[in-house]
Ligand binder design. Structure first.
Ligand SMILES: [Mg+2]
Length: 411
């Protein structure tokens, strides 16, 4: 019997996500060892490895050169992060259809609370979990492993044990027995350093850890010891948090050196601010579905104007198109402007709020363009490359003063 108040928590984790997406995009890579990240000759690290490459000992975060030694015939690919973001969005779209309580952890893993959803899905949670795996396979062509238990800790460890391509359910009451034979490193929060500390006490398995009293653990490790005591028994009470918008908005504004009536100059400044905000948006892997324009006049009256779009975007030219329209409508050349600002709003990690495939026939092309812009700026400075609109009045912008005065708010 399931005890009262027991929960059904799933941890859903895509197997070898980046590498699997690369194999989907290029079927000739199917069945081959694929390593995503860095140039094998360079100093990068492995971002992801296909299961075929893992058989040779290749792991994420390993120096690429070492991976090359372990698996010389591996196919190295640079990685296509815009595409991963799209697959991730579709992955979470699928999860969202099974429960209102989905908590993304990273691009390819998340928790879901299915408690009380039995009737909704006409069957026990185990069957729903298998249905989710099938759904992901049919719709995305990707393999997910799922762990299920009474809390997030158990679900997470179970999905790790279920890999690859598996499902593992730890029934209520069996948490401790399930964990006992496993190595302590399987418990989130016990990294390589913690494992070494425990090894010095002769502890390798979770079961051995359970043999220590709360007092002993606290004496050895303080607060961490107390956490270990509970975790080793499979106790964990953090709920599944509903996915929330990660940031309310990303805004950039600047007080002009001199109040201005110059429409072209104000527009160029807004374009520059939009580029700044857009760069931050992409850095945070987000998309905006709205923009807000802010104008403060010499008399300190302030107006804001907002609009939203159908599909979220992180492309500067689309963001500025809306800012520019708002500005054209709002600005009357009577009172000098003292401050201008832009805010990107309705932020989301998902590109497609609606499956609107017609707004931009080739979003990847733009992704590639903005990625290379961001890379150049990372290397040579933000103003290395600017939109023509941002440059139009460059001589009057008084050099770098503007960019230094730009403040970052709420980002
Ligand atoms: Mg994964």
């Amino acid at each position: 019997m399931v005890s009262a108040g027991s929960r059904d928590i799933l941890h859903i984790d895509l197997d070898a996500f980046f590498a699997s997406v690369e194999q989907l995009r290029d079927p000739s890579l199917k069945g081959k060892p694929v390593i995503v990240g860095g140039d094998p000759a360079g100093r990068g690290v492995v971002a992801a490895a296909s299961y075929e490459a893992r058989q040779y000992g290749v792991r994420a975060a390993m120096p690429t050169a070492q991976a090359k030694r372990l698996c010389p015939h591996a196919v190295f690919v640079r990685g296509s992060h815009g595409v991963y973001g799209e697959y991730s969005a579709r992955f979470f779209d699928i999860l969202d259809t099974y429960s209102p309580l989905v908590e993304p952890v990273s691009l390819d893993e998340g928790y879901m609370d299915l408690t009380g959803c039995d009737r909704l899905h006409r069957g026990p949670a185990e069957r729903t979990a298998e249905r989710i795996r099938q759904h992901i396979r049919d719709e995305l062509g990707l393999i997910a492993s799922i762990g299920m238990g009474t809390n997030k800790l158990i679900a997470k460890v179970a999905s790790g044990q279920a890999k690859p391509d598996g499902f593992l359910h730890v029934p209520p009451g069996q948490e401790r027995d399930f964990l006992a034979p496993l190595a302590v490193g399987c418990i989130p929060g016990i990294g390589p350093k913690g494992q070494k500390q425990l090894q010095r006490l002769g502890i390798r398995t979770v079961g051995q850890l359970c043999a220590l009293s709360l007092k002993q653990l606290e004496r050895h490790f303080g607060d961490w010891g107390v956490a270990l005591y509970h975790r080793s028994r499979g106790r964990h009470d953090s709920p599944v948090h509903r996915s929330e918008e990660p940031a309310k908005s990303i805004s950039r504004e600047t007080t002009l050196q001199r109040d201005s009536l110059d429409r072209a100059f104000l527009s160029a400044t807004l374009s520059h601010l939009t580029e700044k905000a857009g760069a931050q948006l992409r850095k945070e892997n987000l998309f905006a579905r709205g923009v807000t324009l802010k104008l403060r006049f010499r008399d300190f009256t302030t107006i804001t104007r907002s609009c939203t779009f159908n599909a979220p975007t992180h492309n500067d030219h689309l963001l500025f198109e809306s800012i520019g329209k708002l500005f054209t409508r709002a600005y009357r050349e009577r009172v000098p402007v003292r401050l201008v600002g832009v805010a990107l709003t309705h932020l989301t990690p998902h590109r497609m709020a609606q499956k609107d495939l017609f707004t931009d026939s080739n979003p990847e092309r733009w992704d590639r363009l903005y990625k290379s812009i961001d890379r150049l700026r990372g290397r040579y400075g933000f103003n290395t490359i600017l939109r023509a609109q941002s440059l139009r009045t460059a001589p009057r912008r008084r050099g770098n003063v503007l960019s230094r005065k730009i403040s970052s708010k709420a980002s």
